[in-house]
Ligand binder design. Structure first.
Ligand SMILES: [Zn+2]
Length: 702
C-alpha cells in the first residue's frame, strides 16, 4: 500500500500587491517517516500540477455567479481527472515498483489524505462554505455539543443524485443538496477506487487551533479583561514570563503585538492559561464565578491542543481529549458576549438610535416643567432601557457557529481510525511554496510562468535527490562520517556545569558575586556535609577548613531531559545562574528549576517535585582528603507548594510560594536538579506553576 497524501493551497506569487496567484497541487506518500516527510531538506513533497485559478465571482447577478461556479467546478474536475488519472489503473491492479531499500514490490498507490485549508476543502469537495467535508452537520449546529454524531457524508449518493439532476429527473434533488450543504454533486475525488472522499480531510493543528480558535479566543479574552478591568494585571504578568527551553519569551507587551503567526500563537498557547490565572487573581465575590469559568474554558482549549499533539495515544489519553473538548464547550458561553459580529454591532447601534429618537419624541410631547428629580429618574430609566435592548440583541445574535469549532469534534475519532494528528502537518505545504513556487516564479520571465515553475522545480528536485542518494551511499561505505542530525542521541548523557566564572576561587568570593551572606552559605554547607557523611569523600565539617577549599563557580547547568514519548532522544535544558552579573545584554538571570524533593507520593500533584530558583552553581574540591573528591553543587532558594501541591480549584493551577518558616536556602548535588521549571509570578511572594509549557511537564502534572 502506498498512501498518497495530496496538498493544495492557493498562494500569491509575490509578496507585493499580490495580483498574481498560483494554485499548486503537491503530493507525497505516507510510507515516508513523518519526520523525514515534514523536513523540507529531504524534498519529499513534489509539485505535481498548477491548477487554473478561477476568476472571482462578480456578484452582479446570482445567475451569472451560478454559471461561473459551474464552469469553475467543471474545469477543476477536468484538471483533477488528468492529475489523478494514473491512479485509476494502479489502484486496481497494483504496479511493481522499486523501493528505497533496493527491493521491488507490488504497490497499490491509493489517495488517502488531502491537506488543505477549509476554503480549499469546500471547493474540492463541492460543498458550501459552512459545511463539513466529513459529516452532514447543519450549518447552525457547528458550535454545538461535540458528542453529537452526524451522518457521515456519502459522496457516492451525491454523485448518483447529480446524475439524476443532469438527466432531468431533478425532483427534490436541489432541495436535498441544499439541506446537506452540497453545491456540486460530482466533486474532484468522486469515483476514485478505494477512496472515500469523507476520509480525506485531516485535522489541522496549525490552522484550526493555533491560527483559528486561539486567535478568536484571544479576542474574547481581551473583551473579558476589559470588562473586568484586568488588562493592566494581564500586561504585568505577560512582562514577567520567564524563559524556558524551546520557548521564546515575548519581547513586546501583549497589546503591542500586531502580527500573530503560527509560531507566536504556539508560544502563546503554552503560557496563556498561567498568565491569565495570574491576571485574574484575587477576584471579588461578584467576579469569582465568572473568572473561574473563563479560566476553565481557556485551560480546556489549551489542554485539548496539547493532548492532540501526543504522538501515541491510549484509551485514557483519548478520553481526556474528549473531556477537555466537552469542558471547553460547556464553559465557552462565558465569552459569548464578546463574540459580537460587525453586522450585529451595526444593528445594535441602529436600534439604539431609533430608541433614542423615540424617547426624545415622547419627551417633546410632555409638559415642559418637570422637577429635577424626575428628570434624573427619567434619564436613568432611559439609560437602562438602552443597555437592556443592546444586551438582548447581542444575546440573540452572538453564537459559536463556525466550522473551526466543529472540526474539533472529529479529532478523537481521527486518532482512533488513523493514528496521531501531528503527522499531517500543513506547514510542509507552506514551506513547499517558498522553494517550489515562489522561487520558480522569481526565476521565470514572468510570462506564462506556469510551465517555467513546473520545470524549474523538476530540475531542482532531480539534483537534490541525486545528492541525497550520494550522501546515503557514502554513509553506507563509511567513507565520510556524516555529521549529526542535530538531535542529541547520546545514551544517558550527564549533567554538565559550564561557563566558568573568573575571579571566584573560594566560598567568600562566591558569596560576593551572588550577594549572599557568608554565614548563611556556611550554615548550608555544614548541613549538606552532615547529610552526606556516609559518602566516600565527605567534605570537612569544620567551617574554617571548608572556607579554604577551592571553589569554581559556573553560569549554567546543562540538564539532559528525555524527550516526551521518545526513547534515547534528549533535550538539553540550560539552566542559567549568573548571580548578580548581567546575562547577555539584559539583567542577571537565575532560572527556575525542578528539584527532586521527595517520593512520588509527596507534594500532591507535583509528585515529589519542588520548585526552586538557582542562586549559584559551583564545584568544591576536597583537597584535605587523600581521595580529593569533587562535589558539584547548586545553591537554591526553595519554594513551598501552597495547598500541599494540589491544584487550586479556582485557577486550575498549582501555586508555590516563599517559605514562611524554616530555611529558604538549600545546597544540593546537581543530580537533584531534574530540569527547568516555568512559573509565572502573581506578586505577593507567590508563583503559578505553568505545567502547560511543554508536553512532558503537561503529562506529568495534571
Ligand atoms: Zn463534521
Amino acid at each position: 500500500m502506498v498512501p498518497i497524501i495530496g496538498l493544495s493551497d492557493q498562494t500569491h506569487l509575490t509578496n507585493f500587491s499580490g495580483d498574481k496567484k498560483a494554485w499548486p497541487v503537491y503530493m507525497t506518500i505516507g510510507n515516508i517517516l513523518s519526520q523525514t516527510r515534514n523536513s523540507p531538506a529531504k524534498m519529499s513533497v513534489l509539485l505535481v500540477a498548477l491548477l487554473p485559478v478561477p476568476p472571482k465571482l462578480t456578484g452582479e447577478s446570482s445567475r451569472a455567479d451560478e454559471t461561473q461556479r459551474q464552469i469553475n467546478a467543471d474545469s477543476l474536475r477536468a484538471v483533477f481527472d488528468l492529475v489523478l488519472a494514473p491512479l485509476h489503473y494502479v489502484s486496481h491492479e497494483g504496479m511493481v515498483m522499486d523501493c528505497a531499500d533496493g527491493k521491488t514490490r507490488l504497490c497499490f498507490p491509493i489517495l488517502s489524505a488531502w491537506i488543505a485549508d477549509h476554503a480549499e476543502h469546500t471547493t474540492l469537495h463541492g460543498i458550501g462554505s459552512k459545511s463539513c467535508p466529513k459529516c452532514e452537520v447543519p450549518c447552525n449546529e457547528l458550535g454545538g455539543n461535540p458528542r453529537e454524531v452526524y451522518e457521515v457524508r456519502d459522496y457516492a449518493i451525491y454523485e448518483e443524485k447529480a446524475r439524476q439532476l443532469e438527466s432531468g429527473e431533478a425532483g427534490s434533488t436541489r432541495e436535498y443538496f441544499r439541506q446537506v450543504g452540497v453545491k456540486i454533486g460530482r466533486n474532484v475525488f468522486t469515483g476514485l477506487h478505494r477512496v472515500n472522499p469523507s476520509d480525506l480531510h485531516k485535522p489541522d493543528l496549525l490552522h484550526n487551533i493555533y491560527l483559528g480558535l486561539f486567535k478568536h479566543m484571544m479576542q474574547w479574552v481581551e473583551g473579558f479583561l476589559k470588562k473586568h478591568k484586568r488588562q493592566q494585571a494581564f500586561d504585568d504578568a505577560w512582562k514577567e514570563i520567564p524563559p524556558y527551553p524551546g520557548f521564546s519569551v515575548p519581547k513586546k507587551a501583549y497589546r503591542e503585538v500586531t502580527q500573530w503567526q503560527g509560531k507566536e500563537m504556539r508560544n502563546l498557547s503554552r503560557c496563556i492559561s498561567a498568565v491569565l490565572a495570574s491576571a485574574l487573581r484575587n477576584p471579588d465575590s461578584s467576579q469569582h464565578h465568572d473568572f473561574q469559568i473563563a479560566l476553565k474554558c481557556v485551560s480546556a482549549l489549551v489542554d485539548f491542543s496539547l493532548m492532540a499533539q501526543y504522538r501515541s495515544h491510549t484509551p485514557d489519553t483519548l478520553s481526556y481529549l474528549e473531556r477537555y473538548l466537552l469542558t471547553f464547550h460547556q464553559t465557552k458561553d462565558i465569552f459569548l458576549e464578546f463574540r459580537t459580529s460587525k453586522a450585529t454591532r451595526a444593528e445594535a447601534n441602529r436600534q439604539d438610535r431609533e430608541l433614542r429618537e423615540l424617547i426624545a419624541n415622547e419627551r417633546a410631547h410632555e409638559i415642559r416643567r418637570t422637577s429635577a428629580a424626575k428628570r434624573r429618574r427619567q434619564a436613568d430609566q432611559e439609560r437602562l432601557q438602552r443597555v437592556n435592548q443592546r444586551a438582548d440583541l447581542i444575546r440573540r445574535e452572538n453564537h459559536f457557529n463556525f466550522i473551526k469549532m466543529h472540526y474539533l469534534s472529529h479529532f478523537s475519532s481521527h486518532v482512533r481510525r488513523f493514528g496521531s494528528i501531528s503527522m499531517y502537518s500543513t506547514e510542509i505545504g507552506e514551506l513547499a511554496h517558498k522553494d517550489q513556487i515562489k522561487e520558480g516564479y522569481r526565476r521565470s520571465n514572468k510570462n506564462e510562468a506556469a510551465r517555467q515553475i513546473l520545470s524549474h522545480y523538476g530540475r531542482q528536485h532531480a539534483l537534490g535527490m541525486r545528492l541525497q542518494t550520494l550522501d546515503v551511499l557514502l554513509k553506507a561505505e563509511n567513507v565520510v562520517a556524516i555529521e549529526g542530525t542535530g538531535r542529541e542521541t547520546a545514551a544517558a548523557p550527564r549533567r554538565i556545569l559550564k561557563g566558568r566564572m573568573k575571579n571566584v576561587s573560594t566560598l567568600t568570593e562566591l558569596c560576593r558575586t551572588c550577594n549572599i551572606d557568608y554565614g548563611d552559605i556556611m550554615e548550608e554547607m555544614l548541613r549538606f556535609t552532615k547529610q552526606t557523611v556516609a559518602d566516600d569523600h565527605p567534605l570537612s565539617s569544620d567551617p574554617t577548613e571548608l572556607g579554604l577549599l577551592p571553589v569554581e563557580q559556573f553560569t549554567h547547568l546543562e540538564i539532559p531531559v528525555a524527550d516526551f514519548q521518545e526513547t534515547d532522544v534528549f533535550q538539553i535544558h540550560r539552566a542559567r545562574s549568573t548571580g548578580t552579573m548581567a546575562f547577555r545584554s539584559g539583567g542577571p538571570r537565575n532560572d527556575w528549576v525542578w528539584i527532586q524533593a521527595g517520593g512520588e507520593d509527596s507534594y500532591g500533584d507535583l509528585r515529589g517535585r519542588g520548585v526552586a530558583q538557582l542562586l549559584a552553581l559551583f564545584k568544591i574540591r576536597n583537597v584535605f582528603s587523600e581521595a580529593a573528591g569533587v562535589r558539584r553543587l547548586a545553591l537554591l532558594r526553595v519554594l513551598d507548594p501552597i495547598n500541599s501541591g494540589r491544584f487550586h480549584l479556582a485557577s486550575g493551577h498549582i501555586r508555590v510560594g516563599k517559605r514562611r518558616s524554616g530555611r529558604e536556602m538549600r545546597i544540593v548535588d546537581i543530580g537533584t536538579v531534574i530540569g527547568q521549571a516555568h512559573v509565572i509570578p502573581t506578586g505577593e511572594g507567590q508563583w503559578i506553576v505553568n505545567h502547560r509549557i511543554d508536553l512532558r511537564t503537561f503529562n506529568e502534572i495534571y
